[in-house]
Design a protein around this ligand. Structure first.
Ligand SMILES: Nc1nc2c(ncn2[C@@H]2O[C@H](COP(=O)(O)OP(=O)(O)OP(=O)(O)O)[C@@H](O)[C@H]2O)c(=O)[nH]1
Ligand SMILES: [Mg+2]
Length: 254
């Protein structure tokens, strides 16, 4: 008998989804590599500036394997991923592979991640970043702070990295998390979805992947706004953890 929610390998359909906000220059550079993967790709433009939006449309007009959808105004990376999830489902996908549009992720790892996801289709397969010397120290140390908080919020060491946006979500699992929990629409999304996946006992697997800070690349990480978003995130996750304490303690011993 096949368990509910179990996918046969032959049913497996994975597309790439790229949340995009004012990153046309970077996207132009890695577009050839993206096209060479020969996968359906959904780009969600998250309310980029008008000029960037026109450049994006021109860049992608001759590429039918890339579907472009738009948010009318900037809503945040998490909102863009959730829009993509709904769209991918309507295109018959079972899984979405989230990749940042700023060219920091290593597309050479796409096939290995998909192989791992096919082997465990109910698992969220997440990137664990390997940085080189291009990574700003503040980002590397900032991750350690996130690691500390997520271990407390889940009472576990299941999340090996809560920030890397190179991951494959089984849509069914992601939809359940979207139905049952609040998920932050901005930079809080990547962390929050994994903490809530652990609370919900969705399995996670982490694979190493190189993350590069391209010389001259543009980050739209907004220090004040996004750090406030992250402070609010960990405050609500700590309250959520306390409410679920008995269940998390039980999980700890299982
Ligand atoms: N910053 C930001 N990125 C967005 C937004 N909506 C979608 N994105 C996309 O989300 C991805 C991550 O954005 P980045 O600005 O690189 O943020 P980051 O990777 O957390 O920060 P860095 O470590 O500095 O690169 C990129 O693909 C963006 O284009 C948004 O509202 N703000
Ligand atoms: Mg980035």
């Amino acid at each position: 008998m096949i368990e509910p929610g179990h996918h046969l390998e032959s049913d497996y359909q994975c597309c790439l989804i790229l949340p995009h906000y004012n990153h046309v220059r970077e996207l132009t550079q890695f577009l050839p590599k993206l096209l060479s993967l020969d996968l359906l790709c959904i780009i969600i433009d998250d309310g980029s500036d008008d000029e960037e939006k026109s450049r994006l449309i021109r860049l992608l007009e001759d590429h039918p394997k890339i579907e472009l959808i738009f948010h009318h105004h900037n809503r945040g990376k998490g909102a863009a991923v959730m829009t993509a999830a709904v769209h991918a489902r309507s295109r018959g996908m079972t899984h979405i592979f989230q990749v940042d549009a700023d060219g920091q992720h290593n597309l050479e790892d796409v096939s290995g991640f998909i192989a791992a996801s096919k082997a465990a289709p109910l698992t969220i397969v997440c990137g664990k970043p390997v940085f080189d010397e291009t990574a700003p120290k503040a980002r590397v140390y900032g991750r350690k702070v996130t690691d500390f908080w997520v271990s407390l919020e889940t009472l576990s060491l299941k999340i090996k990295d809560g920030l890397c946006g190179f991951r494959i979500y089984p849509l069914e699992q992601l939809e359940r998390l979207m139905d049952d929990y609040y998920l932050g629409p901005r930079m809080d999304f990547d962390t929050e979805v994994l903490v809530k996946a652990v609370w919900h006992q969705v399995p996670l697997r982490f694979l190493d992947t190189q993350v590069q800070y391209i010389h001259d690349g543009t980050s739209h990480f907004h220090y004040l706004r996004d750090n406030l978003v992250l402070i609010r995130l960990h405050t609500r996750l700590m309250f959520g953890m306390v409410r679920r304490l008995p269940r998390l303690i039980l999980n700890f011993f299982n």
